[in-house]
Every structure is written in C-alpha cells, then in structure tokens.
Design a protein around this ligand. Structure first.
Ligand code: NAD
Ligand code: ZN
Length: 252
C-alpha cells in the first residue's frame, strides 16, 4: 500500500459524510472511452459538431449515426469494474453517502450503489421528441437511423447535450451533497465540464477534504484537491475498499 492510499484510508475512516464525484475515467476500465485524454472520442470527433444540442436538432441522423451508435455499442454491453464495485463496498461499510456522476452509462447503479445523482442524465433511456414516450436504449433497433417512436417522432437519449441545462433536481441535490460532505473523492474526471467541475469547489469552501484519483493532474490538482492519487481508478479504489473492510473487520 502506498503512503497516499494509506492517507486516503485514514481520511475516509475519519470522515462522516463521504461523496464521490465521478467522470468518464471511472468507466474507462469497463471499456467505455472517455471524451478527453488518450484514446478519447474527441481525438476522432469534434464535440461541438456531434454533442451539441443544436447539431442534434439540425441533423439527428448524423449524430445518431456517428456518436450515439458508437456509445450504444459500448454501453449496452459494459459491466461495472473494480472502481464501481469499490464504491458499493464503501457504501456497505457506511463510508459512502452518495455518488454524483457525470457519466450516463448506469454502471454505478449496476454495481449496486443506492444513491446515484445522474448530473448529465442517462443513456439507458431514450425519449420521443414529439410525444415524450420513453424507450429502453438496449431495446432500440438501429436498422433505421434516426430511430423513431411509434408516433413517428425522433428518439433522443435522455442525457444532457452541450448547450442544455443540468436537470434542476440533480443540480439542487448535488449542491446539497457537495456542501454537506466532509470528504469528496473526485474520480476520473478532467474537471473541465461545468457546472459539474464546480462541485469540488463548493465542497472545499464548506471545509471538506478533496481527494483526486486520476492517472494525470487536472485543473483541480494543487488548487482545490488536497492530494492526487495518480493511477487507474480500478486498482486504487480496490486497495482503498480492501483496507477499509480489513479495518472494519478488526474493529468488530
Ligand atoms: P473526460 O473525458 O473529460 O475526462 C476523463 C478523465 O478520466 C481524464 O482526466 C483522464 O485522465 C481520466 N482517466 C482516464 N483513464 C482513467 C482511469 N483508468 N481511471 C481514472 N481516471 C482515468 O471526462 P469527464 O470529466 O467525465 O467529462 C466528459 C463528459 O462526457 C462527462 O460530462 C460525461 O457526461 C460524458 N461522458 C460520459 C461517458 C460515460 O458515461 N462513461 C463517457 C464519455 C463521456
Ligand atoms: Zn412519440
């Protein structure tokens, strides 16, 4: 165990209200590419061309064909990895109150985490632009692009595109969690997309410790976070959960 992992275990043990803020990086080891960074989708695609709501409304077939088809392919079959499972293990120990996630892949819920705030909505569901009827993404057939509702309206994912507002309820709950926690784990996020990247700032202003887990420094490092544990989320989070369980076992 490295010194920083030991430090994180001690800090989590001492904390009363732990919240995790997660980004695309936590799902990389589940085979879902992030947007930014090495191997990210943005190496191939221009975000404003494909992930902006105006682009979708202008040409839904193009966005479905290039971006949504690719996301559906990976998300439909992805499974939680050690990092998602470690957060569930922390929850079972009473050491995790909630997860604020920017991800739309549903993997925290698949791992069993009870309180997941989906800041950017979910890709698990599509809804009809005309009548609002919802469909499970896994059930949608891509023989016709864009896929349509039985009413002929075009379907879109129930997630937040660039240019769209964060759902009110998720925004409010995240702010409450960020201001009430005394420790925030920031896992696998480049902390560039706002307002999600502001949650650690709120936490810090309210006196919380901020621990980052990421293979590389971000804009929070050395500024908002107390320390960065450098590396992949799976192995680091697994070591943290192992140590917390060991300590809980000894305490019995
Ligand atoms: P991002 O793509 O901007 O950044 C990913 C971060 O993860 C980087 O800082 C990178 O260094 C880090 N990372 C890479 N591999 C890692 C690993 N193994 N363990 C831990 N960290 C790792 O991601 P973002 O900050 O979440 O912002 C992108 C937006 O795109 C999000 O708001 C999200 O809505 C969306 N998105 C979601 C998914 C998903 O649901 N899985 C995937 C791609 C993008
Ligand atoms: Zn419809």
């Amino acid at each position: 165990m490295t010194d920083l992992i030991k430090r994180a275990v001690d800090d989590i043990t001492a904390a009363n209200h732990v919240v995790a803020l997660t980004g695309a990086g936590i799902s990389v080891e589940s085979g879902i590419p992030p947007f930014r960074g090495k191997g990210g989708l943005w190496e191939k695609l221009d975000p404003m061309e494909f992930a902006h709501i105006d682009s979708f409304m202008r040409d839904p077939a193009k966005v479905w064909d290039i971006l949504i088809r690719e996301m559906k392919g990976v998300i439909d079959t992805a499974k939680p990895n050690d990092a998602h499972i470690a957060l569930y293990r922390m929850q079972k120990l009473g050491k995790l109150q909630s997860v604020i996630t920017q991800n739309v892949d549903g993997l925290h819920q698949s791992a069993g985490v009870a309180d997941v705030i989906e800041f950017h909505g979910t890709f698990a569901r599509q809804f009809c632009l005309k009548c609002g009827k919802t469909y499970e993404t896994g059930m949608i057939n891509l023989t016709q692009i864009p896929p349509t509702c039985e009413c002929t309206g075009i379907l879109r994912p129930d997630c937040v595109f660039f240019g769209e507002a964060i759902p009110e309820n998720e925004m409010a709950r995240s702010q409450v969690e960020a201001s009430q926690c005394d420790l925030m784990l920031v896992i696998g996020t480049s902390a560039i997309v706002q307002p999600a990247a502001f949650m650690p700032v709120i936490a810090r202003e309210n006196g919380a410790k901020i621990i980052e887990i990421n293979p590389e420094p971000t804009s929070l490092t050395n500024r908002i976070s107390d320390y960065l544990i450098e590396g992949g989320a799976g192995s680091i989070m697994k070591q943290i959960a192992d140590e917390l369980e060991k300590a809980a076992g000894h305490a019995k």
